[in-house]
Design a protein around this ligand. Structure first.
Ligand code: FAD
Length: 566
């Protein structure tokens, strides 16, 4: 049993042992002093979320420079743009996910992953409180804490029901892979239910009425997928009930796909009309019960009951509870970041993807431009109708404005004007633009300057990883471009984040798609669908998912979709 006195090297001890013990002069202290300094402690980076933003950050981060820990309740990355295809079995769920550990292993990343949920962010202690998503630890609750030097919040967004009664209980959502799988089962369920004997025609019509609430890209793509599934596969399998099937899209705006170029919206609407997909535009859903949806016509205020068999809510995104809690600590209303994606007032916290928003400066500039365009005669005033249109335009570009207005119960423009400008303003009066803009200033940091898309999330993740990779270099060479915001704040080491829009697609079913490409190019029809196939095949995160997705498409062409309810 050789016990080593402090400061004595192993070599000295071995020498002692070899000489048979006895008296030894422990004179090795000079060598101990010569021992090289231990390397400086690596800074701890904790990443919350393994979606588009989180994985883009992790893939591009030089993980040898940091001690990286990742928290997410899902141990995979999901390729969300193909989720609508999963709902009808065009593509299988496993084809659109990639295990997160495999991604790290393939990229040679030294990253620790924990399948857990972040419950609370504590910026004062620089720690996150987490709970295991896979059972408990010895204490019985599975809770643990991780401290960080840098925190990257990439938690994505939650579904937003705008507190519409009954939506949570009765509607399907299309946010996660599990949602898509549930929808697939429910569609088949509806067909099987409607095929049971002794069901009245009226009941069959109700069961086979598929209602999609929200005419944005997700709602439209799902409607197109469902229509293809019906006409290509289900009508052959359920010929007796074919005539009772109906698909309806309820959209509060005047057009579907209103974030797209108007030509695309018009093309999509006429294609859907030809396909028999009903478009209820200008209607707001105010209540959902187990068998009917109450809608209110925005122009007449008349309420109508719409019986349905299955409803899908894709009308908006909201904030996750952990983010709401974090914002409340700092009395912030949104997880606003500066243009370098750092959360101001919080030391070393960054936010990327759908959970973050860039401050209101840019949006206020954009709102000014929208007003300028609307004020055609340069009178400085707009009618209420024009204001309505302007606001709709703003809400389309910046969904957070609408969320904010709804959370403040300013759903109606008239209410907003009353709230912002005082009761003296009657609905019939023209509105002074400057006064109205002041009222709109309420939108404050709620507003997101870029859309909540995978493109934005991935670009932000890439940008932030690049900044992290260059941090040491920039600390040693602090000269950098002049900081763009504020005055007298000195230099900032990195160029600010700038979103580069690479275009967007809208698959419309029947092997047709529409695309908005950079440089104001618009492309529609069958050839665009082939462009969509090639872009989405090339964008897959691995060769494994690429092969799976392409083989799923091929399988569907040859054998059709699988309608088994498993
Ligand atoms: P997400 O990708 O949602 O990732 C959030 C991550 O946080 C997930 O890993 C989640 O598990 C994790 N998480 C959640 N809660 C916690 C917690 N408490 N603790 C730890 N981790 C947590 N965008 C496009 O650009 N093009 C498209 O065609 C397109 N199509 C879409 C189709 C559908 C059906 C949907 C739903 C979205 C689509 N989007 C599309 C939008 C795109 O998916 C999102 O903008 C993108 O996912 C945002 O990335 P994110 O990393 O911010 O969030």
């Amino acid at each position: 049993d050789i016990r080593r006195p402090a400061g004595v090297s192993t070599a000295a001890l071995l020498l002692t042992a070899a000489s048979g013990g006895g008296i030894v002069a422990y004179a090795d202290s000079s060598r101990a002093e010569e021992a090289p300094e231990p390397p400086p402690r690596k800074k701890k980076v904790v990443v919350l979320g393994t979606g588009w933003a989180g994985t883009s950050f992790l893939k591009n981060l030089d993980s040898s420079r940091y001690e990286v820990k990742v928290i997410s309740p899902r141990n995979y990355f999901a390729f969300t743009p193909l989720l609508p295809s999963v709902t009808c079995g065009t593509v299988e769920a496993r084809s659109v996910v990639e295990p997160i550990r495999r991604m790290f292993e393939k990229k040679g990343k030294d990253v620790a992953y924990y399948e857990a949920e972040c419950l609370k962010i504590d910026p004062t202690k620089k720690a996150v409180h987490c709970r295991s998503a896979v059972g408990t630890n010895l204490d019985g609750n599975g809770d643990f804490m991780l401290d960080y030097d840098y925190l990257v919040v990439a938690l994505g967004a939650a579904v937003n029901t705008f507190n519409t009664p009954g939506v949570m209980e009765h509607c399907h959502f299309l946010k996660e892979v599990e949602d898509a799988q549930k929808i697939r089962k429910s569609v088949i369920d509806c067909f099987e239910r409607a095929s049971i004997p002794n069901i009245s025609e009226e009941e069959k019509r109700k069961i086979l009425h598929f209602v999609i609430i929200g005419g944005g890209p997700t709602g439209v793509e799902f409607a197109a997928e469902l229509h293809d599934f019906l006409v290509e596969d289900l009508v052959k399998l359920y010929p007796a009930i074919e005539q009772f099937v109906k698909i309806t899209i309820i959209q509060s705006g005047e057009h579907i796909l209103n974030t797209f170029d108007q030509r695309i919206a018009v093309f999509a609407e006429s294609k859907f009309q030809r396909d028999g997909i009903e478009l209820s535009t200008g209607f707001r859903v105010i209540k959902v019960s187990d068998d009917s949806i109450t809608v209110k016509c925005k122009s007449s205020g008349v309420e109508t009951l719409v019986p349905y068999g299955m409803a899908i809510w894709s009308a908006g995104i909201g904030t996750r509870p952990v983010i709401t809690d974090f914002m409340n600590q700092g009395k912030r209303r949104a997880l606003a970041t500066n243009e370098w994606l750092r959360v101001p007032e919080c030391d070393s916290v960054y936010a990327i993807g759908d959970c973050s928003s860039i401050s209101q400066r840019k949006i206020m500039e954009d709102i000014s431009t929208i007003f300028k365009v609307a004020d055609k005669d340069n009178s400085g005033t707009l009618t209420l109708k024009e204001i309505n249109d302007v606001l709709e335009d703003i809400c389309i570009r910046y969904p957070q404005v609408e969320l904010y207005m709804k959370s403040m119960h300013m759903v109606d423009i008239a209410d907003l004007i009353k709230g912002g400008l005082g009761d003296s303003h009657k609905e019939s009066m023209v509105v002074n633009i400057e006064e109205f803009k002041k009222a709109l200033c309420h939108v404050d940091s709620q507003v997101k300057t870029v859309p909540a898309t995978a493109q934005v999330a991935a670009q932000q993740g890439y940008y932030l990883a690049d900044c992290f990779n260059k941090k040491d270099h920039c600390t040693e060479h602090p000269e950098g471009p002049l900081r763009l915001t504020g005055s007298g704040e000195g230099h900032h080491n990195f160029r600010p984040f700038r979103y580069k829009h690479l275009g967007q697609f809208a698959p419309l079913g029947g092997e047709q798609a529409a695309a908005e490409l950079p440089g104001d190019w618009v492309s529609m029809g069958h050839s665009t669908q082939w462009l969509w196939y090639s872009v989405y095949a090339s964008k897959q995160v691995s060769w494994r998912t690429r092969v799976l997705v392409v083989s799923d498409w091929t399988r569907r062409f040859i054998f059709g979709r699988d309608s088994s309810r498993i």
